[in-house]
Design a binder for this molecule. Structure first.
Ligand code: NI
Length: 241
């Protein structure tokens, strides 16, 4: 159930019997020379759509921009300052809460968002959002997904422009494979890194990963695993009413 393509009357009807909402969040940022700029939100959207279909749950439009300041030395990347990003997320939750949504399931595609999302959950609970529950699912960190990543790519999954996420977008876009020439890491810098430091240390934008290992057929496997795993987790989640 895709909120974007429903009417307000249909959402009102949904809220008579259900109060769950899935929110996909991602980023618009470089994913190396072979990965799509929309990788993080495309993955989150696809996983969310699958979970929504499986559990008959409403899926909100995705938040396609995130905290990506460290990618700003690569063309096409965009970032929100953490304070702006947190304020925006909080207002989105407040809006849906006002209509009666209570159980919020965030499907995330970008590591840089994790700290901000946790801070927003804390802020909203601190405000006393009665009856609301929040859960964050980082699809690529699910144990089922990590196990298969390890099997396919060993220690070459790295932590950005990973063959895991690139495979998932290749599956969605109908791409089988794109060759990638690995460039050795140049030096090091403590995290958090500036955009210039990232560009200098990781000249291709891939970070300790080999996206040349990505395959569209792997992406289908990852998508199915992530959907099933999150659907299971949601069904088993204990919610205090
Ligand atoms: Ni990514």
């Amino acid at each position: 159930m895709n909120l974007s393509t429903l009417t307000w009357t249909e959402v009102e009807s949904y809220l008579k019997t259900k109060n769950s909402l899935i929110l996909p969040i991602g980023s618009t940022e470089q994913h190396g020379p072979t990965g799509l700029l929309g990788t993080d939100h495309l993955c989150a959207e696809a996983v969310s759509a699958g979970v929504g279909a499986k559990l008959q749950m409403m899926v909100a439009p995705s938040v396609n921009y995130g905290m990506a300041s460290h990618h700003m030395a690569f063309s096409g990347s965009a970032t929100l300052r953490p304070s702006v990003y947190q304020a925006m997320l909080a207002d989105i939750f407040r809006s849906f809460y006002a209509h009666g949504f209570r159980r919020f399931y965030v499907v995330n595609g970008h590591g840089g968002n994790i700290n901000s999302v946790g801070a927003v959950f804390q802020e909203l609970k601190h405000e006393g959002m009665q009856g609301a529950s929040f859960a964050l699912y980082n699809w690529w960190k699910l144990p089922e997904v990590e196990a298969v990543s390890k099997k396919y790519y060993g220690d070459k999954d790295g932590f950005h422009a990973t063959p895991t996420e690139v495979s998932l977008t290749f599956h969605l876009a109908g791409i089988d494979h794109r060759p990638f020439e690995e460039t050795p890491q140049k030096g090091n810098a403590p995290w958090p890194m500036t955009a210039q430091e990232v560009r200098q240390v990781f000249p291709t934008g891939a970070m300790k990963s080999d996206p040349g290992l990505a395959r569209g057929e792997h992406g289908k496997v990852f998508l199915d695993l992530a959907v099933q795993s999150i659907a299971n987790a949601i069904q088993q989640a204990a919610v205090i009413e």
